[in-house]
Design a protein around this ligand. Structure first.
Ligand code: GLC
Length: 751
């Protein structure tokens, strides 16, 4: 309902905007005709020029000479509509064939109106939140002339040391597939040639999130079966959603850099999925194949990238410099160049750039921060927040609370709150928790503000003491902690996930006051906050919530909204548990979860006395919080789980129905989750996998019958023979509130 309200509200904004399904006009004969006609006129140099993307620099004159020569197909990082039109005019009026430029920008979770980081949006388990956010981003970015974004980032990430976990949708293949497809639809709107549509670019293809050790750009070692069962499906879903472009990833997988990987770029992307858009490298990832030791020099790098199926090179210029000679030498066929240029021209035609290349230079002043955009961003922040603890129902704050202390480095941090990958958001438009709380409570409550620390990494014992002293006067302490935005994102990896600086000391000092501490964490990743959770009466986790994070959190703290977010990624107790994720294999000696832990082990314990199972003596087996976990101010009861059949054929559909009851005293929304386990396979299978989820809103005492439809075909996996099949046998199924709870029921798949 909210989403429709949002769209109906914005309809007056732009006559073109629409919210029906995405549809790129694949296989449009008229477009293909135009592509072929133009291609036939192009010289080899002009073709290669289309394959070159530069990053905007200096003045227009600097770039104009390249554009006039036909050496530039796309420009990234130019966001001034006047300059964009001027550059476009050079391309159209002063180059021989007048081919328009494709203007690109990283619009990852908003252009001016910043939404929660994608990991936060994933926590909403609401694809409409992702779609609305992408639509707003497209409306704002296209209003300055940007028509291509390098998003959604849909790398499966199971290692929170990796800074870019912030940028994706977490650890789960199904959740990422659903959210990623929704973002593609939001960016691209109902048709690419709608002027408010921007070409999506699922990235980073593929496996980048499995960087060894969680260290960015590091090698990955993903065997094909795991690639196909875990890492590829979100990209296939994005292709089906009509994604117009793809971006290759920096990593080498089993020794082959993605930018030179024919198997993924041709066999899978084009051959199996029928993708007909354009593939761009990541920043200089073509020339970085030299650093990888996969190419001896720029010439070999260009040859390997183009022959593997890359269409456009981002900024490293090896194509323009090396391809003419490579073609002359026969090391790259001109037909390969032609195919790359077809893909590029096809997207430019689909975007309507040939017919409508310029942007209205006054438009952007009318769309940025539109009320409907801010409302959508606030709703996203509300639904993204995860309630991890709420002892004695301290939340929502009651009218008996007359004095609150607002403490911590993230309480009034307008820049940090926006999170990573924000180039165009403006911190002076951020509404912080401190300001939102003051605005909400007015003079009804006394608000004591004492940050204690100026920023998340600060070490300042005196500041901690001062904050604790001030907070001791309050009825409830609201502690806003977490990460500065620079601490997550590209190349921003951490080997230690504890709260930075003196934040741990701050929480401990606040807890010592004896007053209840409500800890609100704003971060770009899961943090190892076990001790702080123990010291807090309540914990609300908000992955960098964006422009409207303050009002969203204020509404949640005072019960104007009820938390509904769920963890999109497992929270480890300590870094040593990583990788830790719910869809793991069982192993031959699974943990019993009753193992004797470190401090309880007898001195001189016998060698085999502890049993032999897969766990850590110091951390046990279970994480701090499992995937899919999140509390509400109310409680929910699952019951009466029924299956449409106990035995089904591969072409049938299993209907799962269950009752969900709100057994508490607040209206709330539960993200009901459906997990399935293939008990025995030709290869070992995960102990469970998410297959469906649904947000169900219930009034106190209300009970609803909910159902999931699950085609048995969706239980297919790549098996011992590397065939994607459903194998008959026994299956277990859970309908639950998270990946660790719920009663399982059983069904069979029969031949
Ligand atoms: C960066 C990122 C990629 C981004 C590109 C352009 O290095 O890896 O995600 O889209 O360069 O900024």
């Amino acid at each position: 309902m909210k989403a429709m309200k949002f769209f109906s509200a914005c309809l007056f904004l732009l006559p073109f905007v629409s919210c029906t399904q995405v549809a790129t006009n694949k296989g449009d004969a008229a477009t293909e005709k135009r592509v072929e006609a133009l291609l036939s006129k192009m010289t080899l140099e002009e073709k290669i020029g289309q394959m070159n993307q530069i990053s905007s620099y200096g003045n227009i004159e600097d770039m104009s000479s390249l554009i006039k020569k036909g050496e530039v197909g796309s420009i990234l990082n130019e966001i001034d509509p006047v300059r964009i039109n001027a550059l476009q005019r050079v391309a159209i009026e002063e180059s021989r064939l007048g081919i328009p430029l494709l203007m690109a920008r990283d619009v990852i979770h908003g252009f001016k109106t910043i939404f929660p980081i994608p990991l936060g949006q994933a926590a909403s388990f609401n694809p409409q939140v992702a779609k609305d956010g992408a639509r707003v981003a497209a409306i704002e970015a296209s209003s300055v002339g940007i028509r291509w974004t390098f998003a959604p980032m849909i790398d499966i990430a199971r290692d929170p040391r990796w800074g870019r976990i912030a940028e994706g949708c977490g650890e789960d293949t199904y959740l990422t597939s659903v959210m990623g497809a929704a973002m593609v639809e939001g960016f691209q709107g109902d048709s690419l040639n709608n002027p408010t549509s921007i070409a999506a670019c699922p990235k980073h293809f593929v496996g980048y999130g499995a960087a060894e050790g969680g260290r960015d750009y590091n090698s990955t070692f993903i065997p094909e079966r795991r690639l196909r069962n875990v890492y590829l499906p979100p990209f296939e879903a994005a292709t089906k959603a009509g994604a117009a472009t793809f971006m290759t990833s920096f990593n080498d997988n089993d020794g082959v850099p993605s930018t030179g990987n024919t198997f993924i770029l041709k066999d899978v992307l084009r051959g199996e999925w029928g993708f007909d858009g354009l593939v761009v490298t990541d920043w200089a990832s073509a020339s970085e194949m030299i650093s990888h030791g996969f190419a001896a020099d720029p010439k070999e790098a260009a040859m390997k990238a183009v022959n593997a199926g890359v269409d456009m090179e981002m900024v490293s210029y090896t194509f323009v410099k090396e391809l003419p000679e490579l073609v002359k030498e026969g090391k790259v066929k001109e037909s390969t160049i032609d195919e790359a240029v077809r893909n590029i021209l096809r997207i430019k035609y689909r975007l309507g750039l040939f017919d409508n290349p310029y942007v209205d230079e006054k438009l952007s002043s009318t769309v940025m921060y539109a009320p409907s955009h801010l409302e959508a961003a606030k709703q996203a922040a509300v639904e993204s927040a995860i309630l991890l603890k709420n002892d004695k129902g301290i939340l929502p704050l009651q009218s008996s609370v007359k004095t609150v202390a607002v403490v911590g480095p993230m309480a009034n941090a307008p820049y940090e709150q926006l999170g990573t990958w924000v180039f165009d958001g403006e911190k002076n438009r951020t509404q912080t928790p401190l300001n939102a709380i003051k605005e909400m409570v007015g003079d009804k409550l006394q608000v004591i503000y004492e940050p204690g620390l100026a920023y998340s990494r600060e070490k300042n014992p005196a500041g901690v003491a001062k904050a604790a002293s001030a907070a001791s006067r309050a009825d409830v302490i609201l502690a806003f902690v977490g990460e500065e935005s620079i601490l997550s994102g590209e190349a921003h990896c951490l080997a230690d996930l504890d709260l930075q600086g003196d934040q741990k000391a701050l929480i401990a000092a606040l807890a010592k006051t004896g007053k209840p501490v409500v800890t609100v964490v704003m971060a770009g990743r899961p943090l190892t906050i076990g001790k702080e959770v123990e010291e807090s009466a309540a914990v609300l986790y908000s992955f960098h919530p964006g422009t409207m994070g303050g009002p969203a959190l204020a509404d949640l703290l005072w019960g104007k909204a009820v938390p509904s977010g769920k963890t999109p990624v497992t929270f480890p107790k300590m870094v040593g548990q990583i990788p830790v994720y719910y869809a793991h294999n069982n192993t031959g000696r699974p943990a019993t979860r009753n193992e004797v832990l470190l401090n309880d082990i007898a001195v001189e314990a016998g060698q085999t006395s502890l049993g032999c199972t897969s766990f850590y003596m110091d951390a046990g087996f279970d994480p701090l919080f499992p995937f899919g976990y999140g509390l509400s101010y109310t409680t929910f009861k699952y019951s009466n789980v029924k299956l449409s059949s106990a035995a089904l054929k591969k072409n049938e559909v299993l209907t799962v129905t269950f009752d969900l009851e709100n057994t508490g005293k607040y209206e709330g929304t539960e993200v009901a989750q459906l997990y399935v386990q293939d008990k025995v396979g030709s290869v070992t299978r995960p102990v469970k996998e998410l297959k469906r989820f649904a947000r169900v809103t219930l009034k106190p005492g209300e009970k609803k019958s909910v159902s999931f439809e699950l085609p048995i075909s969706e239980l297919a996996f790549w098996n011992i023979d590397m065939a994607k099949v459903v194998e008959p046998g026994d299956f277990a199924l859970w309908v639950a509130s998270d990946s660790q709870s719920g009663e399982n029921v059983f069904f069979k798949v029969i031949d």
